[in-house]
Write a protein that binds this ligand. Structure first.
Ligand code: GDP
Length: 325
């Protein structure tokens, strides 16, 4: 490792926010040389990571995630924690500007030295964003942040990706009855460890009704861990009501998971899934870069799209081509 990267590692270990930000920028770089350096930095930090509670908060745009996370963040800081907020925003890849990143968000929180807030990397595919977020979690933990919040918008794939990298997956809903049923259809409800009906200040009765709907839907599901029945909580990120209770519930969940061994088991499963995700994307990239594939891939792709070649035949040709030395 170069002296510069060693200094970066030391800076992260010392909890310096600037070093942390620089390390994450290095991770997000797509430059091959930077990638090799990023991997070395990650390797050096990995042994110091893991001692945190990782929480994902997911919900549709406008449900109040950032407002809630700011309230929650200030609360957990007041309890003596250090908090990192990372975002997975699939729209940032397509538009180049992150929905989660471009508005002025969590102002009070971002001014606090004990908090670190990082928007989604722009210009990356969802797979790329998710991989970088996993890595950023490691770096934040090595820097001493003991509560990690991953924020993600309510799109199936990004929710699944987020659930696969945290200890607790929180689904946030608005107090209207349609939303919970939609979520159920997408199979996302099964992923959630806690539910929040947010903006309960707007209409308390509607919020209670929405919570009732979700509870009913949950009653039809078999809990993924018998030791935990996902609670449905009411909150208002704006007024701060329900925030302390939410944090209590997260802590209760953590204790229950640790006691039955599921906490560690889930992390070990996620580590293995992470390895396979990297292998899959590495193989795919190697495949695409293979000269014989590069030569034929566009032509065959066009032929498949126009119906001149079957997908089966085209895939077989390309896979065979990739085996050429
Ligand atoms: P996000 O897109 O999910 O991050 O949502 P935001 O946190 O940006 O909030 C969207 C809008 O809802 C903003 O105008 C907020 O002021 C408002 N909002 C957020 N939380 C609450 C809440 O608890 N109650 C009410 N009444 N409004 C809220």
């Amino acid at each position: 490792m170069t002296e510069e990267d060693q200094a970066l590692v030391d800076g992260v270990r010392a909890g310096e926010r600037r070093a942390l930000a620089r390390a994450i920028t290095l991770l997000e770089s797509t430059h091959p040389e930077h990638r090799a350096r990023a991997e070395a930095v990650l390797e050096a930090l990995h042994g110091h990571a893991g001692r945190s509670l990782r929480i994902a908060i997911s919900g549709p745009p406008g449900v109040g995630k950032s407002t809630f996370i700011e309230s929650l963040g200030l609360h957990v800081l007041s309890l003596g924690h250090r908090l990192a907020v990372l975002a997975i925003d699939p729209s940032s890849g397509r538009t180049g500007g992150a929905i989660l990143g471009d508005k002025t968000r969590m102002e009070q929180l971002s001014r606090d030295e004990r908090a670190f807030i990082r928007p989604s990397p722009a210009g990356a595919s969802l797979g790329g964003v998710a991989e970088r977020t996993r890595e950023a979690i490691i770096v934040c933990e090595a820097a001493g942040y003991d509560v990690i919040v991953v924020e993600t918008v309510g799109v199936g794939q990004s929710q699944t990706a987020a659930a696969g990298m945290v200890d607790a997956f929180v689904l946030m809903q608005l107090p209207n009855a349609g939303d919970d049923l939609q979520a159920l259809k997408k199979g996302i409800v099964e992923l959630a460890d806690l539910f929040v009906v947010n903006k309960a200040d707007l209409d308390a009765a509607a919020a209670r009704a929405a919570a009732g709907h979700i509870e009913m839907a949950l009653g039809l599901l078999r809990p993924s861990v018998p030791q935990w029945r996902p609670p449905v909580l009411l909150a208002s990120g704006l007024s701060g009501s329900g925030i302390a209770e939410f944090w209590e519930a997260v802590r209760r969940y953590e204790r229950a998971m640790r006691e039955c061994g599921e906490f560690e088991a889930r992390r070990r499963r996620q580590a293995l899934e992470w390895m396979w995700a990297l292998i899959d994307s590495g193989l795919r990239e190697g495949f695409r870069r293979h000269p014989a594939v590069e030569r034929q891939v566009d032509g065959l792709g066009d032929a498949v799209r126009d119906g001149r070649t079957t997908p089966v035949a085209a895939a077989a040709i390309l896979l065979r081509a990739a085996k050429e030395p």
